[in-house]
Design a protein around this ligand. Structure first.
Ligand SMILES: [Zn+2]
Length: 142
């Protein structure tokens, strides 16, 4: 799912959370909404790390080409590790949520995002291409 789709669905999902839990307030709504698509900044960070290139447009091209490869060529090639899309990062957010509500709002936005990612990956039959755990990713590599 591309960032603009995440923004669109994230906005309405955040509105639904606000409707169900009005105590979320404007600040909470904004944090949930922003986290529902800003989590994808890890794609750019992974690109910068892998390619040693800071170009945002080339990173977009890189991931569009990878998406095309997965969809049309049905490759089994795994994606780079996306740190904010891993169980370890979510666990860290769960722990931090006990200390500060801010992290709980981020966790809700991340959950919205990940559910959308899982849904679209399942639709495209590419659930297997993304490593969802840092530990598993490095165990698989060795
Ligand atoms: Zn994502």
């Amino acid at each position: 799912m591309i960032p603009s789709e995440h923004m669109f669905y994230g906005f309405f999902a955040s509105l639904l959370v606000l409707f169900l839990f009005p105590s979320l307030g404007t600040f909470g709504f904004l944090i949930v909404f922003l986290s529902s698509f800003l989590i994808d900044t890890d794609h750019y960070l992974a690109y910068v790390y892998l390619k040693r290139d800071f170009s945002l447009s080339r990173s977009v091209e890189f991931y569009l080409a990878m998406g095309h490869e997965h969809k049309t060529l049905r490759t089994k090639k795994t994606e780079p590790l996306m740190i904010f899309h891993t169980a370890e990062f979510w666990l860290l957010l769960v722990i931090l949520s006990f200390f500060n509500l801010f992290f709980f709002y981020i966790l809700i936005g991340v959950l919205i995002h990940v559910l959308l990612d899982l849904y679209s990956s399942k639709q495209l039959d590419i659930l297997h291409v993304r490593p969802y755990s840092v530990i598993r990713h490095f165990l698989r590599k060795n």
